[in-house]
Design a protein around this ligand. Sequence first.
Ligand SMILES: NC(=O)c1ccc[n+]([C@@H]2O[C@H](COP(=O)([O-])OP(=O)(O)OC[C@H]3O[C@@H](n4cnc5c(N)ncnc54)[C@H](O)[C@@H]3O)[C@@H](O)[C@H]2O)c1
Length: 361
Amino acid sequence: MFYVLFNCKMPAILVTGGAGYVGSHTVMAMLEKSDFEYEIVVVDNLSNAYRAKGEKKPVALLRIEEMTGKTIQFYEVDIRDKQGLSNVFGKHDVQCVIHFAALKAVGESVEKPLEYCQANITGTCTLFEVMRDHSVYNLIYSSSCTVYGEPEKLPLDENHPTGRGISSPYGRTKYFCEEIMKDLCASDPKWKIISLRYFNPVGAHPSGRIGEDPNGIPNNLMPFIAQVAVGRLPELKVFGTDYPTIDGTGVRDYIHVVDLADGHVKALQLFHRNGFSGFCPINLGTGTGYSVYQVISAFEKASNRPIPFVPSPRRAGDLAANWAEPAAASQLLAWNATRSLAQMCGDVWRWQSGNPNGYRE
Ligand SMILES: NC(=O)c1ccc[n+]([C@@H]2O[C@H](COP(=O)([O-])OP(=O)(O)OC[C@H]3O[C@@H](n4cnc5c(N)ncnc54)[C@H](O)[C@@H]3O)[C@@H](O)[C@H]2O)c1
């Protein structure tokens, strides 16, 4: 009301890739907060998000609007389109950018390294240029535990070396972007960049109305299991059953996407902290690892269905185990993951069984 009366723009948070999996849950988490004072502006090229015919906005954002009663500004723009991005910055009073937009399929990145460089590195640099041109210096970046490469010791903390032994072009794009962001921060103290290094996001919003909707055959374990449970895929291949882990299968730190989204909301507050500037990497994980067999068993309990699986040889480049040291997030953001593996599986099952074809009718 204030902004209308005085004919000024409302402060905005620009979310690139906000129609995707983690982006949509973060938009939801921001809008669910009753005292949230920003307008949400989403930029997405819809390469991995679905908009129904005749609609202006992707289904995920329409559902969030319906659940929260709040409006999301949406622009179908590619982050490599400098003019298109600049127009969006010109229309809104952007205070901060949360940058999710990227290609993320590890296997595909091996076949299409140039496409991954273009989208994830060139696109990110274009975004930074536009931010600088509009004097916007606050950024939350979607990074990944893949920047740590082959773990030298577990748990992984933020001081673990990055860039060594990264097994995919996708992982390297995340590492290169972090290096670029460090250079940016060294060049100008106005930049405040929080690089959130996600472990393995899974789960869905407890409403069952938004969730992960991968194009084609899922690359990640949990959506794959969910599609087996719902009958879209016949069985799961378990790659590697002879790792030096609790039961021979790979161990990962799975984090509920709603916890992950809350981590972004908490990170926004860091920009207001006195003296905060520069590049700040923060792990978002639970600190606990679960094996593939443990995840299958938890999903069978949550869905009350058997998950047929076939033990298969290891895949090149896969790690035996990784999990996070989440103490920095706890200290800097006052954030801890609270949701259990059972909740992750239960929420995925609610989403997948209620939306067997994802956002498509
Ligand atoms: N999901 C994971 O397992 C995981 C783990 C670690 C890090 N991350 C990072 O988190 C971010 C979000 O991942 P996600 O799982 O939500 O992926 P997602 O594919 O669901 O979401 C990404 C969104 O970005 C959009 N997009 C892609 N390229 C774009 C471009 N050039 N211009 C504009 N929009 C574009 C897509 O349409 C999609 O809506 C990515 O940067 C990813 O690398 C994800």
